[in-house]
Design a binder for this molecule. Sequence first.
Ligand SMILES: [Zn+2]
Ligand SMILES: [Zn+2]
Length: 147
Amino acid sequence: MASAAHPDIDLTTQCDCGAIKLAAKGQVVSMFLCACRNCQKATGTGHSTVVLMPATAISLTGATKPYSRPADSGATFTRHFCPGCGTTLYAQSSRAPALRMLTAGLFAGQNDWFVPNQLIFSRSHQAWDLVADHLPRHTTYRPEPQQ
Ligand SMILES: [Zn+2]
Ligand SMILES: [Zn+2]
């Protein structure tokens, strides 16, 4: 069932240059913030905004370029971005191949449904990056898969 924690979305968006279009249609699995150092570099800010969705909910037109790196979990983390403008369209982990990670910012102008439920990798979170006090914080990964 759709709820504030698991909204049903039906949105289309595109990268900054417009070469790649992305449609997301389905129920959000989880929403969280990640303050790991990789996310800080990838976003240029203090944390990334992650929207976890089933891979089957995402469709793309246009070819993304993948960049893979080892994650702290031992999995391989792959970010898919537009080779023309550098916008990240989605990311995935080898640990959860059926899921895709989108960013709330990818849906700029149509993302008021984004309600993060936790901050992960708080060990590298910086005080200047303001995050709501009530948000649960995990030193690294969340202890259990999200409901
Ligand atoms: Zn682009
Ligand atoms: Zn991260």
